[in-house]
Design a protein around this ligand. Structure first.
Ligand code: NAP
Length: 287
């Protein structure tokens, strides 16, 4: 039986850790919408069928996470410009009886910085450039956003150099790829450093590490860590003690959810201090 309640999903494998139901559940309650947002675990072998038919199973749309973002892109005919550039989809909905896919990770990244450091992409900072640590899926969306914002120089540093080189080839100018040990004077002028690696994440053997030392960077450097467990990673702690502007990754998670909710339920929600406090409490952090 198909439920009359509007239902959206987050699908991945595994999916039990996802905080997205908490975010969308908060907004559904806030707006008094008769809807639901559910975790839908989906194995790799079942995903293509699921994503092509979710609308016949009572869903109005949803979010797609690891490891399915690329398969979602190749399974859906209509995708927005960002998803098309990245070859990865994280949000789907129905428009004129057709499934549409978008990628909102980069939007979430930028909206978080716009909220906490409004001048993060002013002319001077665009010229000084950005240093991106890591070359995985999140780095891709972030590099794309930095290019859309107009950063004149984007250096991708990664443990496995070849993965950084692949991203440099994918994006072209103004990106360059280097190994961590080759971070030099030019990179130390960067106006922003973004950690997209899992280094510093709680519950891993890397939880007390930082991907690089911030020693020789200018004190006006913005440091953004997209890892949000813990909220203040060792890298952000070092940034704070060096007098730098430290921006955590929780806002990226919250802001990337906004466009999807609007598509499914017809209201554009806001990322508020209250919502952030709900998530912080769930993460065991003090707001
Ligand atoms: P991914 O595709 O698996 O990439 C992982 C990256 O971390 C790679 O660059 C990898 O380097 C690097 N790395 C892993 N272990 C390392 C180590 N010991 N030393 C140095 N580098 C190491 O993962 P992803 O999807 O990009 O996600 C990366 C992180 O971002 C995760 O912690 C994830 O939770 C977080 N994230 C946050 C948000 C948000 O909304 N805030 C959104 C997306 C992701 P190699 O290439 O050398 O392996």
């Amino acid at each position: 039986m198909v439920s009359s309640m509007a239902r959206a999903f987050v699908t991945g494998w595994p999916i039990g850790h996802s905080r997205s139901p908490l975010v969308h559940g908060y907004w559904l309650k806030q707006f008094g919408i008769n809807g639901d947002y559910l975790r839908h675990p989906c194995k790799v072998e079942d995903f293509e069928n699921f994503i092509k038919t979710f609308n016949t199973n009572g869903f109005i749309g949803g979010n797609v996470t690891l490891p399915h973002k690329e398969t979602a892109f190749s399974s859906i005919e209509k995708t927005d410009a960002t998803a098309t550039r990245l070859g990865a989809v994280n949000t789907v909905w129905i428009e004129d009886d057709e499934i549409v896919g978008a990628n909102t990770d980069g939007y979430g990244f930028m909206a978080n910085l716009d909220e906490f450091v409004p001048n993060w992409s002013d002319e001077n900072r665009l010229k000084r450039g950005a240093l991106v640590l890591g070359a995985g899926g999140a780095a891709r969306a972030i590099i794309d956003s930095l290019m859309q914002r107009g950063f004149k120089r984007i250096t991708i540093a990664n443990r496995t150099l070849i993965r950084a080189v692949e991203l440099r080839e994918m994006f072209g100018e103004p990106c360059q790829a280097i190994a961590y040990e080759d971070i030099g004077d030019a990179e130390k002028q960067s106006s922003i450093i973004i950690n997209t690696t899992s280094v510093g994440m709680a519950g891993t053997e890397l939880e007390s590490d930082t991907p690089i030392s911030l020693n020789e960077f200018s004190s006006d450097t913005i440091v953004n860590d997209i890892v949000y467990t813990p909220l203040i990673t060792p890298l952000l702690h070092e940034a704070k003690t060096s007098g730098m502007k430290a921006v955590d990754g929780l806002g990226m998670l919250l802001h990337q959810a906004v466009p999807g909710f609007e598509k499914w339920f017809g209201v554009r929600p806001e990322v508020t201090k209250e919502l952030r406090a709900v998530l912080l409490a769930d993460l065991g952090e003090v707001s």
